[in-house]
Design a binder for this molecule. Structure first.
Ligand SMILES: [Zn+2]
Length: 178
């Protein structure tokens, strides 16, 4: 197992569309295991392959508090969405420290394959629904702030850039005090 570097916004890889998985082999299972480890370590509740620089359609999700309910979704597809919309605050490991409210359908049904290529279906509500939609967006090159108005999005991007600068300054100060 290995921790993978998480691609940071606005890296162009986060805007790329991922390719379907066609081979279900040990390399795929290893990548899923490494992605799960990276997600737990971050910590986060979801991670898409595109966020670790692999442009394939796979995501890992675990919204449980105990971190013992891992879902690996290969070639996931949303097959139905509720008309009901809910607004929820979202964050992303590729845009750390940024939290914004995003409107999405409250309930979705997802069809996906597991690591052996077997198909399964999931009915998602609450946080699972938000998380699945957020992660699947990544496979199509969409990050959560893309759902905001242009004005809110540029404000969010500016906030992120400022936070990053502050963090770099803090780290530099830490290094110099050593
Ligand atoms: Zn994300």
């Amino acid at each position: 197992m290995a921790l993978l570097p998480i691609v940071q916004y606005p890296d162009p890889r986060l805007a790329a569309k991922a390719e379907p998985v066609v081979v279900f082999d040990d390399a795929l299972r290893q990548l899923a295991a490494d992605m799960a480890e990276t997600m737990y370590e971050a910590p986060g509740v979801g991670l898409a392959a595109t966020q670790v620089g692999k442009l394939i359609r796979m995501v890992v999700i675990d919204i449980s508090e105990e971190k013992n309910d891992l879902h690996v979704l290969v070639n996931p597809e949303i097959t139905s969405r509720s008309e009901e919309i809910k607004e929820c605050e979202e964050g992303c490991l590729s845009l750390p420290g940024l939290y914004e409210k995003v409107k999405r359908p409250s309930f979705v049904t997802v069809k996906a394959q597991d690591l052996k290529g077997e198909f399964f279906e999931m009915q998602c509500d609450e946080l699972m629904s938000v998380c699945v939609q957020h992660e699947l967006d990544h496979l199509d090159g969409i990050v959560f702030i893309d759902h905001l108005s242009q004005l809110k999005k540029s404000r969010a991007a500016a906030k992120l850039a400022k936070r990053r600068k502050e963090k770099a300054r803090e780290e530099k100060a830490k290094r110099e005090n050593r």
